[in-house]
Design a protein around this ligand. Sequence first.
Ligand code: PLP
Length: 286
Amino acid sequence: MPSNDTNYAYVRGEILPLESASLHISDLSIQRGFGVFDYFKVEANHPLFLNDYLARFRESARLMTMQLPHTDEQLREIIHELITRNNMPLSGMKMILTGGYSENSYDLAEPSLLIMQQPLAMPGPETLGKGIKIITHEYIREIPRAKTINYTMGIRLIGEVKSKAASDVLYHLNGAVSEFPRCNLFVVHQDGTVMTPDSGILLGVTRKNVLALAEKKYPVREGSVTLYDIMQAKEVFLTSTTKRILPIVQVDDTVIGEGVPGPVTQTLLQDLILLEEVDRKLQKQL
Ligand SMILES: Cc1ncc(COP(=O)(O)O)c(C=O)c1O
């Protein structure tokens, strides 16, 4: 149980109760939608795979011509302070870096750094047991390697996803698929090769972990994946920090394989859960 009812967040140098954590309206995130973020999971009060998320956060800032004002050590200190104060053993932690309080609502200023912790719900056994349906949409993110705060297309498509009784939407361009608004894609080819796109995507931390696990058991290929590959696939699944691995059993009107989660998907999910445990134990020893 939380030690208190207050959730704390870090905002521009201060740790504050969430209800008083706010930005001025001149911030470039509000004025121009300019900012980057990252998001990692906290399990049993341990931030999982934190080095990878900190490195990606810094890289996203660099790609957007911003510089993170803190060292990794300073970020870790803030993160651990929030974990202690909030006491939310299973949660998500979001770090956001925006363009700052702009004088003229356009030029970059000293960036605003925010860090907040939120409750997290992982997919339940029913979703994992049945798998999900997805739809496809022609689109590619503007700066795919940066985790920007711009989710305009994904949010615009929520209504269409729901109206087609789907759970998510996969982006593609000229026949090549890339990613979901918030997840990466994997395909198990008829010959057993585990494939995942390598361009037009955010380099997901879960994707990296799943690739490393898959390489131990299956042939693996990072490269172009087409809509045709998906429709012909034995198995399809998505990966992300909040979902781990989620089986996909239908893409638009096409049923994938037998229409049920496949063995490679299920094996990799179990391997990923074990890898998270290893990371947690490793951090306990530090
Ligand atoms: C655009 C995009 N692709 C992929 C992912 C999955 O990345 P990760 O596994 O690090 O959560 C995310 C995560 O939010 C994302 O925003």
